[in-house]
Design a protein around this ligand. Structure first.
Ligand code: GUN
Ligand code: ZN
Length: 435
């Protein structure tokens, strides 16, 4: 395979930034280059150095003056919810029962699941997102469509067949046994195939009986390396209903802990209203709280206290996500824009270096995958995105007064969206233009 040299302004984080002037937290090369071969980054450095060492026949693609960052990562999305985005509901439970559950019933049909899978990958790559952690529907057909499309496109995706056996329409229910058997089958069919990862996916405690939770625990014990994803403490009514279903548990988090689901590979969507005890339990387990800002605002669920979670004596691991289709944008730029505004409302600051760290390396660390994605380090997978902070007339005008890299990132976050994504590379292949 011929090597490719990608030229542009490179930005890759080394650790979480401590302040807006923390220049030691990242590598920035004003005239940088990546050498890409066999789907991996073979070298990163100044254009002069990398081009001098590139093999004969290397093809050069010049993206100057744009920024090149690691591919953006979305740690919580629902693949079967593309057609419920923007559904008018008073709150989470009304939204689920009125729009979302009926919509997910359609994914029993392979043809429908395959059609939506095509749109899903197109839309994520158009927005510069190269890895997503997805809930499929309860039907194995939906997981098959999702992973087949991911394999075809060469992407690193995490996904799971949802397990749910109560409190939803009949067409959306499995049983403790079929949920277990079909999850095992999805793992056998897809985990490790291409770059696919399967996640154990009990939807949330409301839609799983204790018997199903016990089967989920069995899966987690059989497959300790797999991610686990579920929802936690999103909405006050949801919390009350959940606790009434598991009266023996201390609180919502304790339900998952009792079934062995609280660990370092566990991703808890929302986790907005945690008590101190719950936050301590999450922290001790190394579990991840996934912040879904546009969804939390859209459904009126609450303001995720990100900074207080991070400042605790026992801090929480944090990831960020769109939560499509409760979320209202596919763009991780827009997602961090809303995360910023939530911190403003809470009297906290979220600086642009922190935001861009979160949507790249931070999310990769939260997934325990930083050896593969989330940076531009040599040896990692060649997933990266080319961003233009002057993509629209309004952005071009504002760029005239931008003085620093942090200013430029903040502009990208505040005014940017899919129009700012010039190109998205997945395993070294340009995907935005070619699909
Ligand atoms: N809780 C359980 N299922 C869902 C879902 O699909 N979306 C959101 N936002 N919360 C949930
Ligand atoms: Zn969700």
């Amino acid at each position: 395979m011929t090597a490719t040299l990608i030229r542009g302004r490179l930005l890759s984080f080394l650790r979480a930034p401590e302040a807006i002037d923390d220049t030691g937290s990242y590598t920035y090369l004003a005239d940088g280059a990546l050498l890409v071969a066999d789907g991996r980054i073979a070298a990163m450095g100044t254009h002069d150095d990398v081009s001098a060492a590139a093999p004969q026949g290397t093809v050069e693609i010049d993206h100057r003056p744009h920024l090149i960052l690691p591919g953006l990562i979305d740690t919580h999305v629902h693949f079967p919810q593309m057609q419920v985005i923007g559904s008018y509901a008073a709150n989470l439970l009304e939204w689920l029962n009125t729009y979302t559950f009926p919509e997910e019933c359609r994914f029993v049909e392979s043809a429908h699941a395959e059609r939506i899978a095509g749109h899903f990958f197109d839309e994520f790559f158009r927005n510069g997102t190269t890895t997503a952690v997805a809930y499929c529907s309860v039907h194995k057909t939906s997981a098959d469509a999702f992973f087949a499309e991911s394999l075809r496109r060469g992407s690193l995706m995490i996904g799971g067949k949802v397990m749910m056996d109560r409190n939803a329409p009949q067409g959306l229910l499995d049983t403790p046994e079929t949920g277990y058997d079909e999850t095992r089958q999805v793992i056998a069919d897809w985990h490790g195939k291409g770059r696919n990862h399967v996640a154990i996916t009990p939807r949330f405690a409301i839609t799983s009986t204790p018997e199903q939770m016990a089967m989920t625990q069995a899966l987690a014990e059989e497959f300790p390396d797999l991610h686990i994803q579920t929802h936690l403490s999103e909405n006050r009514d949801e919390i009350d209903f959940t606790c009434s279903l598991y009266p023996e548990a201390k609180d919502y988090t304790d339900i998952y802990a009792r079934y062995g689901l609280l660990g370092a590979k566990s991703l808890f969507g929302h986790a907005i209203h945690l008590s101190d005890r719950e936050a301590d339990a999450m922290s001790e387990a190394g579990a991840v709280a996934v912040h879904c800002p546009t969804s939390n605002l859209f459904l009126g669920s609450g303001l995720f206290p990100m900074k207080s979670y991070q400042r605790r004596e026992k801090p929480l691991r944090i990831a960020v996500a769109t939560d499509i289709g409760g979320g209202s944008s596919y763009s991780m730029l827009k997602t961090l824009d809303e995360a910023y505004k939530i911190q403003q409302l809470l009297g906290e600051r979220l600086n642009p270096l922190e935001s861009f760290h979160l949507m790249t390396r931070g999310n990769a660390e939260a997934l325990s995958l930083v050896d593969r994605i989330g940076t531009l380090e040599p040896g990692t997978d060649a997933d990266f995105v080319v961003l233009n902070a002057a993509a629209t007339p309004a952005m071009r005008l504002r760029m005239e007064t931008v003085k620093s890299l942090a200013d430029e990132l903040f502009l990208l976050q505040t005014l940017g969206d899919d129009r700012s994504v010039v190109e998205t590379y997945v395993a070294g292949r340009a995907m935005k233009s070619t699909g």
